[in-house]
Design a binder for this molecule. Structure first.
Ligand code: NAD
Length: 484
């Protein structure tokens, strides 16, 4: 069942994803979907809204398949803050359980504002909505954000764990549902060529860029309270970095993968005040032409100090990564919309082509790029001889890009993640230890930033962020691989 069942996320992503699972046979007859929200509405009106949401996402809805799917949807008006009100939902769930022979298996998806997560989890238990059939599952799916710092996240987690065990809680990070993020494990642990070089002896640095082209749009009031550090670094970037940094799991299971991610995060250096100030920089976009600066967007205070850009350096104090930094950056109103990982290898220790009098340019570093979106694929930059009589080298690229037709078949992150929840596979969700280590790291940056008034705005829209992001990496005699 979906709390927040009439919200933007439910209509735009969750119901279309469920329909895809249905079309592919992952849902058949034994299921019912209950949507709740405060709004009064009957089942038929809700079904009409679900039908529209499927149509809006490009589905043919005048079909028997769509009609059959939608007939499994039910609606119950319900205020999550009213404990007594849960009884009506319980009655509906019990009735549907019998009708569809669900044997007590239940998934509660909290697609609503996070301040309600704790109270809903508590009432699900105290008001008897969780099934007591000991062979059945009760699973709780939580949307982001999971707290706004370590203390609030811990408070939320303590509240949830009064009703649900850790293995029943699925914290959504939709980046973990993306094809190429899942491919990091295939690339690393499926290829001797890659994994044998995946360490500080051969890798000079790793760069993770999550770049957005748009500004805050209609999310301004949420975003202004959060900022890029909390909205993107604490969750998506830390998850990607931990997949890149972890050791090989014993087996490809959620328990083993989580254990390695947590181990990697434990060796992430939490900065002292001086290092946090040096190793992380922030930015806020200015204006361009008719486009207002961030402080003049709707619902943003004119003196906002919220960062719309962050870049930083992460260091792991372990045998594999000591001395190899991970540079990360993310921001709004940047040059383009894309997510990529650039793995920059060390240059050969001796450049034998740079003999005296030669005009040759120094050997370029090998770079393995993982394109996450909008196009999925890999690119490996190597050095090869130029096609002429002298002996010059030049960088060439081996590219693998998923073709457009195949891309269309790639399941949406929410489709994969909903399927994982149904299977009870927690691999692509954030566990509490991961979330807590990520917050402890991020809190330290925030603490330092909160001591100082930033000089905002400090970057031009459609650039790749403030000059400070360039200085951050140039100081280490390196440069961003993706640059304008
Ligand atoms: P929304 O505001 O569109 O929907 C909220 C839903 O909660 C509505 O159905 C509303 O009627 C219901 N609701 C509010 N107060 C209620 C109450 N007291 N009792 C019962 N129902 C109540 O929000 P959304 O955009 O769908 O986001 C839902 C969650 O997903 C949030 O945690 C958000 O951070 C997260 N999220 C959303 C998106 C997105 O693209 N929309 C992306 C990532 C994460």
């Amino acid at each position: 069942m979906f709390f927040g069942g009439t919200g933007d996320l439910a209509y735009r992503k969750l119901y279309p994803s469920l329909f895809n699972l249905y079309r592919k046979g992952n849902l058949r007859t034994h299921f019912a979907v209950v949507g709740t929200s405060r709004q009064a509405m009957d089942h038929e009106k809700f079904r009409a809204a679900v039908k529209k949401s499927l149509a809006d996402s490009g589905n043919r809805v005048e079909s028997k398949e769509a009609t059959d799917f939608i007939s499994h949807f039910y609606y119950q008006a319900h205020d999550v803050t009213d404990t007594a009100h849960y009884a009506v939902v319980k009655d509906l769930l019990d009735k549907l359980d019998k009708k569809y022979k669900l044997q007590g298996n239940r998934i509660f998806y909290l697609s609503m504002a996070p301040q309600f997560f704790g109270t809903i989890a508590q009432d699900l238990k105290t008001q008897g909505l969780m099934s007591d059939n000991k062979d059945a599952f009760n699973r709780l799916v939580i949307e982001k954000p999971f707290g706004r710092d370590y203390d609030s996240a811990k408070q939320l987690n303590d509240a949830l764990s009064k009703s649900f065990e850790e293995d029943q809680i699925f914290r959504i990070d939709h980046y973990l549902g993306k094809e190429m993020i899942q491919n990091i494990e295939a690339l690393r642990f499926g290829n001797t060529l890659v994994e044998s070089l995946w360490n500080n002896r051969y890798i000079d640095n790793i760069q993770v860029t999550l770049s957005e082209k748009l500004g805050v749009e209609e999310r301004a009031s949420y975003y202004d309270n959060s900022g890029a550090l909390r909205d993107m670094v604490q969750n998506h970037i830390m998850q990607i970095v931990s997949l890149l940094a972890m050791e090989q799991p014993v087996a490809f299971t959620d328990t083993d993968i989580r254990a390695e991610k947590v181990k990697a995060l434990r060796s992430l250096r939490v900065y002292n005040v001086a290092d946090a100030a040096t190793n992380f920089v922030r930015g806020q976009y200015g204006s361009i032409n008719d486009q207002p600066d961030y402080r003049h967007e709707d619902n943003v205070p004119n003196d906002s100090t919220t960062e719309t850009f962050v870049a930083g350096k992460l260091l792991f104090d372990n045998y594999r990564w000591s001395g190899t930094p991970f540079y990360v950056r993310t921001g709004k109103m940047l040059a383009d919309k894309f997510t990529r990982v650039d793995v920059v290898f060390k240059r050969p220790l001796v450049d034998i082509f740079a003999f005296p009098q030669s005009q040759s340019t120094p050997l370029a570093a090998n770079v393995l790029t993982i394109f996450v979106e909008p196009h999925a694929g890999f690119s490996l930059q190597l050095n090869a001889k130029t096609n002429d009589t002298g002996f010059q080298t030049e960088p060439i690229k081996l590219d693998y890009l998923v073709d457009a037709e195949k891309s269309k078949e790639t399941p949406e992150p929410y489709e994969r993640l909903l399927h994982d929840v149904m299977k009870g596979d927690g691999t692509n969700f954030s566990s509490w230890p991961e979330v807590s280590y990520a917050w402890k790291f991020v809190d330290q940056i925030r603490r330092v930033w909160d001591l100082q008034e930033p000089n905002f705005p400090n970057y031009t829209p459609h650039s790749m962020g403030p000059a400070a992001a360039e200085e951050l990496i140039q100081r280490d005699h390196r440069e961003w691989i993706y640059r304008l």
